[in-house]
Structures are given as structure tokens and as C-alpha cells.
Design a protein around this ligand. Sequence first.
Ligand SMILES: [Mg+2]
Length: 242
Amino acid sequence: MTRSHSRRREVKAIFFDLDNTLYDYNFSSDYSKNKVFSYLLNRYPHLKQDDILSSYEKIIQDAVEEETKGLYGAWDRQKRFSRLLLSLGLKDDGLSKKLVTIFAEARAESSKPYPETQDVLSKLKEKYVLGVITNGPSVYQREEISLLKLEAYFSHILISEEIGFRKPEKEIFQIAIKKAGCRPEEAVMVGDNLGEDIEAAKNLGMKTVLFDSKNRFTKEDLAPEERPDYLIRRLTELLDLY
Ligand SMILES: [Mg+2]
């Protein structure tokens, strides 16, 4: 029996990170943010793009910090844009609501799976239980999966706000494995983040695949604890592995 046959036989479930693994989150996020900023700059020519950006980055940083404590309220778009207007010294008067609409429309326009995502998922789904493990607020992560039209591929969708644990906490992976009804070594985690996706899953004994489309790493560069079983540059490489 070839190595790939035995590898395939052992694996029962494959879990995916969402953002920057199944679609280009960074592109969509920048695109949407810039639509909001352009609107503000048009309406208030005295504003400076850099000031808007640094205020917004501060708001995002706060939301990220809150999230590490298990709090997701600061991600609320209306709240984020209200805070932005406040920090720019602008009156709200319904403007934050308008910005929410602009942002949501831009997200819908710009959220697209990678060209190979659906094909890879549909082929893997014939042989494995598939799932998503993603950090973030329930409402936006669910919205994203729906915009990407990926729900049908997944038997299990684990979102940190809903689960009460977030990657890299081991519990969210343990819950995922339990839902899939397999042992850790029969499950694979595919993701782009070394700490949140790879190291944590590896610690539990799951198999790991680092998705690195931007050529940020080579396997040899990585410390042993964050070295994945496989490093791939395209999702289609998963079809050779599993
Ligand atoms: Mg990611």
C-alpha cells in the first residue's frame, strides 16, 4: 500500500479555517473599509485619509483585544462606525447606519471563495466529514459563509462566539473532533495561521496543513512546535494529500 493510501485511510475529518484559507479575507476587508473611507472623504473633504485609517485601526485593535477575552460586542459594525465618527469629531445623525450599509454591500461584492475552493471542497466531501473552525462573532462569520455559498460543504461549523472558546484554545478543536466522531489523529486542520490553526491542532495530535499562498514560510524555517505536517501553496494540493 502506498503512503498516500495509508494516509487517506487514517483520516476521517478535515477542518478548515475560514478567513484567508477559503477566501481572501484581507482583500475583502480592505476593499470594504476603503469604500467607507471614500464615502467619508467625499462628504467631509477636510478629513485626512491617514487620520481615518489610524482611528479605524485603533477601533479594530480594541475589538481584537476584547475578543481575546471572549467579548465580541466591539465587532458590531454600527458600534465600530459610531466610534469612528466620534473619534473624527463628526456628528452621527444616522451616518453610522449609512456606513454599515456601505460596508455590508462592499463585503457582499468582494467576498469570493478562491477559484479552487468549491471544487476542492466538493471532492473532499465525497470522502471526508468537512468542517469549519473560525474565530469571530457569530453574525459576521455566518454572513460570510453564506456570502461565499459554502454552507452545503460542511457538516460542522464552529464559530468561536457560539462555542465559547476560540482558537488557539484546545477546547474548540476538541469539540470539533467530538462532533466529527473521530480521534484527533483522524482529523486534519487546514489553516493559514501558525499559532491559531497549526500549533494548537498539532498539540492535540491532529494532523495539520499550513495554507501559505503568499509564500511567507518554508517548512524548514518553522520552529518544531509550529511545523505542520504539510505546507501547501494552493488548496488543490489537498487533493494530492487526501
Ligand atoms: Mg485565517
